[in-house]
Write a protein that binds this ligand. Structure first.
Ligand code: PAF
Length: 195
């Protein structure tokens, strides 16, 4: 499994890789939901690349950016077991250098429901996903249906900007008690989990 940390290295790796190419974007803390995305990508694509990047743009000022679970070593182990071909693991500075100022605002769909209580969140998601799609230029990119609004935002962005990547949505994976698997489930107390 190739690990690339710069955009330049990533582009170089991709030049020689087998096609079609599938991208599974993540913020790490790899769980069974991610595994399902990767397994689906492995069926469709000859090369599967996973990105691990905790995207600061999608966290509000009072959200959990600093405490978001970061467990790169165990993530890499899991990705290796899943036979992912490459991992793009850039630093925040690599993706958003000091002079970075562009934001992708997808419009109304970003401002309702979760977007209403998390202003700027979906612009942050759209901006990083747009960057990843432009850097990696995959045939397919995989997202969990669990994040239904995120899927709609990304589909709208890809359509509006004529990005060639096909967005593929993968059914939600659940814990045995029915809760949709998420990296943040570890924050939930027992009572929050069942409320
Ligand atoms: O769903 C996520 O993990 C993130 O929002 C994504 C799509 C990787 C963008 O940072």
């Amino acid at each position: 499994m190739e690990i690339v940390t710069t955009i330049e290295q990533c582009i170089q790796y991709l030049e020689g890789c087998a096609r079609p190419l599938g991208l599974v974007p993540t913020m790490g803390a790899i769980h069974n939901g991610h595994k399902e995305l990767i397994k689906t990508a492995s069926i469709n694509d000859s090369t599967v690349i996973t990105s691990i990047f905790v995207n600061p743009l999608q966290f509000g000022p009072n959200e959990d950016l600093d405490n978001y679970p970061r467990q790169v070593d165990s993530d890499l182990e899991k990705l290796k077991e899943l036979e992912v071909d490459a991992v793009f693991l850039p630093s925040p500075k690599e993706v958003f250098p000091d002079n970075f100022s562009t934001s992708i605002n997808v419009g109304n769909i970003s401002n309702v429901l979760e977007g209403q209580s998390r202003p700027g969140h979906f612009a942050g998601v759209a901006t990083i996903v747009c960057k990843l799609l432009l850097i990696i230029n995959p045939h397919h990119a995989y997202f969990g249906e669990k994040d239904a609004q995120q899927c709609l935002v990304i589909e709208k962005m890809v359509h509006d900007l004529n990005i060639k990547t096909k967005i593929l949505k993968v059914p939600t994976v659940r814990e045995t008690d029915g809760l949709a698997i998420s990296s943040r489930n570890m924050y939930l107390s027992k009572s929050e989990r069942y409320s």
